[in-house]
Every structure is written in structure tokens, then in C-alpha cells.
Ligand binder design. Structure first.
Ligand code: SAM
Length: 239
């Protein structure tokens, strides 16, 4: 039987707890009762958790044997900030596909209002990622960084660093990634609704990022993020 998975808010020895809204969801929506069993992710491990006590804002678990967690792909998604509803969708779906880290960036063509509000969105993005991680049975959500500038993102470290650009006519993402299937750590940069500026594209290339295409149709930023993540995950990590 497939048990629902939750990521613990607190862990101490063989006990773990969900607290606040997280516990409320389990109590009200899933009608948690003492004795029920779920999978509880605690850091890198996932263990069987039997509910020991329930109150409105706290559900306590006794932890049992370890169960296997979903393997994580070492994909860092560098996402230029775009419309928040679409961005949340990208975060949710790319979390399901296994990205390990999401780095929002403020690019030249990021809408000014979105750029100003992005810092305050991080907590909400973390919640979205966490729910998606639980839903897709990951052991932990991707880390979501505070938004940084493109110039800072250029220095991110990964074995392979790829900037997705609809202007790229020769090099397909699949062909860039395939020869590196044995390596771990890929950074993928996806531009905003208006795309990267020429200056930004050039800066990525000068910093050693490889420019790659997802084909000859122009995809919305969220579609590009999901397609790129799926391609890398299937080429490098055998989905
Ligand atoms: N500049 C474009 C325009 O306004 O016509 C569209 C930019 S697109 C909506 C947003 C981002 O998605 C791009 O910066 C790029 O990173 C990625 N993208 C979309 N289609 C792509 C493709 N065919 N190949 C590679 N990247 C793509």
C-alpha cells in the first residue's frame, strides 16, 4: 500500500511532529487519528510514522523503520522571475520532476513590480515546493533561494551549466546533456516572459554557460522550465 508522505517540521530521536497549518491539514482534511501510519521524511531519510497524538496544531509521530525515498536529480533551476501564478506552477511541476534547488533571479526584463515583490514570495514558494515534494513522495523539498541578480547567478557552481535560449539555433539541450550522463550537477537557466537580453545571453556565454534550445517553437517560461527539467532528468538520471 502506498502511504501518504509528509515532511516533518520537528524531529527528535524516534519522534517527529507536524505543526501549525501543516498539522491542521492532516487533522481537518485527512482526519488524522492516533495509530494511523504515514511516511515521514526527516532530512535525507524517510521513516514509517505512527500517529502518537493529535491536537489542532500538532500531530506527533513515533518513527519506525526506514522506507526508501525518491532519488533526487542534481538539477539546479535558475528561474528568471515571471508572473507569480505561472512561476508557482513551474516550481510545483519542477519539484515533482526532481529539481534539487531553485534559484529565482531578477533579470533585465523581469517586470519591475514582480522584481520588487519577489523577496517576499520566497516563503510561499517554499510552501508550494514542500507540498509538491510530499505529493511526489520526495524525501525533501528543493531548496528555494532568495532572489539574486543575473550577475550573481553566473557564478553558480555545477558540472554542467546551460542557459536556455529560444535564439539558439544549432544546439539542442538533449545533445548537450547526453555526453555528460555520468556526471552529477546540472544548472539550467530559464529566462523571463520577454526572454534574456542580448547582454545577458552574452554574459552567460562569457561565464562558460552553454546556450541550448528546446526546439523551434517558443515556449512560455514555465513550459520551458518543465521541458528542460524533464529532458535533463531523463537523459542524466533515468527518470
Ligand atoms: N523572447 C521571447 C519572446 O518574447 O518572444 C520569449 C521568451 S520565453 C517566453 C521565456 C524563456 O523560456 C526564454 O528566455 C528561454 O529561457 C526559454 N525558452 C522558451 N522557448 C525556448 C526554446 N525553444 N528553446 C530554448 N529556450 C526556450
Amino acid at each position: 500500500m502506498t502511504r501518504r508522505r509528509f515532511i516533518a517540521d520537528e524531529v527528535s530521536g524516534d519522534r517527529a511532529a507536524l505543526v501549525g497549518e501543516h498539522a491542521d491539514h492532516l487533522v481537518r482534511v485527512l482526519r488524522a487519528r492516533v495509530g494511523q501510519e504515514f511516511d515521514i521524511a526527516i532530512g535525507e531519510a524517510v521513516r514509517r510514522g505512527r500517529i502518537a497524538s493529535v491536537s489542532d496544531d500538532r500531530v506527533e509521530f513515533e518513527l519506525g523503520e526506514e522506507v526508501s525515498g525518491a532519488d533526487l536529480a542534481g538539477i539546479i533551476l535558475v528561474l528568471a522571475v515571471f508572473k507569480f501564478d505561472r512561476m508557482e506552477w513551474a516550481i510545483e511541476k519542477c519539484t515533482e520532476l526532481g529539481v534539487s534547488r531553485i534559484v529565482p533571479v531578477i533579470s533585465r526584463r523581469t517586470d519591475l513590480h514582480l522584481a520588487a515583490a519577489a523577496g517576499k514570495r520566497v516563503e510561499r514558494w517554499q510552501r508550494v515546493a514542500r507540498q509538491a515534494a510530499e505529493q511526489s513522495r520526495r524525501a525533501s523539498p528543493p531548496e528555494i533561494a532568495v532572489p539574486i541578480k543575473v550577475s550573481e547567478a553566473l557564478n553558480l557552481q555545477a558540472a554542467l551549466r546551460i542557459v536556455l535560449a529560444e535564439s539558439e539555433e544549432r544546439t539542442l539541450l538533449r545533445d548537450v546533456v547526453r555526453p555528460h550522463a555520468a556526471e552529477d550537477g546540472v544548472a539550467l537557466a530559464v529566462g523571463p516572459e520577454g526572454g534574456w537580453t542580448e547582454d545577458e545571453s552574452q554574459s552567460f556565454r562569457q561565464a562558460g554557460w552553454i546556450s541550448a534550445s528546446l526546439g523551434n517553437t517558443i515556449l512560455r517560461a514555465e513550459t520551458a522550465a518543465m521541458a528542460a527539467t524533464a529532458i535533463v532528468a531523463s537523459e542524466m538520471y533515468s527518470l
